[in-house]
Design a binder for this molecule. Sequence first.
Ligand code: CU
Length: 101
Amino acid sequence: MTKLMAMMALMGTVTATAMLSPPAAAQGASTAGEVTKVDQAQGKITLKHGPIKNLDMEAMTMVFGVADPAMLNAVKAGDKVRFEADRVNGRLTVTKIQKAK
Ligand SMILES: [Cu+2]
């Protein structure tokens, strides 16, 4: 009896531990890309990008809007970058971008 209860307690602990382990977090994951064009006046940037999980997008070259036109000051065509993109008001928008190291 005591032995059985000890085993059940152990199993309970294992289950609780499994439930507490964090889910595989994809949030905040940045995507690798290369700037092919910067359109400062229009607040747009063209990026050749790898797969973007949160947008369910395959690798391609496409135009994005930017959350803040000032972001475009930091990058130029030919730069390798890491960026985050999201759908903002129905528009695909780069929310973060930085030069890849
Ligand atoms: Cu794309």
